[in-house]
Design a protein around this ligand. Sequence first.
Ligand code: GLN
Length: 481
Amino acid sequence: MLELDKLTIHKAHELLSKKEITSEELTKALLKRIEEMDGKIKAYVTLNSEEALERSSEIDKKGDFTEDLSGIPVAVKDNICTKDLRTTCASKMLENFVPPYDATVIKKLKEKNALILGKTNLDEFDMGSSTESSYFFTSKNPWNLERVPGGSSSAAAVAADLAIYSLDSDTGGAVRQSAAYCGVVGLKPTYGRVSRFGLAGNAGSMDTIGPITKDVKDCAIVLNAISGMDLFDPSSSDTIVPDYLESLKTNLQNVKIGIPKEFLGDAVNKDIKNAILNAAKTFEDMGFICEETSLPNVEYALWVHYVIASAEASSEMCQYDGVRFGHRAQHYENLKDLYKKSRGEGFGLEVKKRTILGTYLLDLEGNDKYLVKAYKLRTLIKQDFEKAFEKYDFLITPTTPTVAFKIGEAKDSLNVNDMCTVPVNLAGLPAISIPCGFAEGLPIGLQIIGKAFDEAGILQVAYAFERNTDYHKKLIAWKEA
Ligand code: GLN
């Protein structure tokens, strides 16, 4: 029997176009699956069932399925604004916030007749790597319910067939890390490739929006829909957007891949190291050249990321003051007290920690001592990548040094699990995570990093890997249980 919730975008599109299924059937199948399973996984903060069903029947009536995403439901991370649909950033501060407008990416998806199924969990304001700092609840990894899904529960939703695909955000690795932990595909585009308008800021110079999907082809389809210059986002780029789906047809030749040795050191689990070396072997069998290389300054990346992220977060968090919007304390004595109590009650511990640290970093002393140094090191890290890309077309690394960790295991915010992903955000480069093996019964992610704006190249390499291996086809054992 055809299980609609398990479909990829491209398969669903094919069946919808041939009128073998309807969008309403597809939406109902997903809602049923959510009803059965989301009690365990806890991927969704808010469901949009009624509207999704209404929209699906409207789309069926029109019967126009020319667009790849037409009539196909999507899960959206709850820090991306959706008009008339609650957007909480997993914070008490925005528990009841209903945006009056759509983020540009949402507008673009709606223009393609996509349907929003619901909003998914994250760490409060996207600060963390596990959803444990969410005000609402901790989401679970579908492969093992005692493990974290990463900072984006939408990856868990896609892996457990609670969504066909998702739109998510990545400041230091959330898209890629969650995709790796949950055994799906996640792409972080070049900074500027996809508009950030309507994304609640965490660290503005590193925030990006990207897709999480069941396979590489789907990733190309979603990237086609959301990429491009946007006048509402001054940091968005007018670099030409190629047809990513079409570009998958390219036959890759003379590809040179670098493997930075810093990501295969002692901090990386042995099975993961082996999986990456096996992936390199697969590429070599395909005729690519793989060589060890070095990015000498990435050892500072975690520190640099958390310094810059905290400074930027503290300035982003200023807007939540209990006056303009967000949580407002009920009892207060004067304006200062209102700010203090509203922010004190509305923010959780991680946000408070970063805001306090960030405020210090933006002040004269912290600025001189730490922030200026962090920006200098960021430049050195960027230059390391530039140098490596003079010689190589792509770099491969593990996405994470371990498989998904246990809930409660991450002790502080300088999370070593971010070591392979944060350098990419610091350098503003594109990278994808695709499944490349298993350890402890949990999936391992391979990260492929490309030159700025070479998402097409990354997708081509990832697609070639996917076709030469079968990791992505292994179904979640939990599903059948
Ligand atoms: N773990 C990183 C942080 O807490 C990045 C999180 C993200 O990508 N949203 O800053």
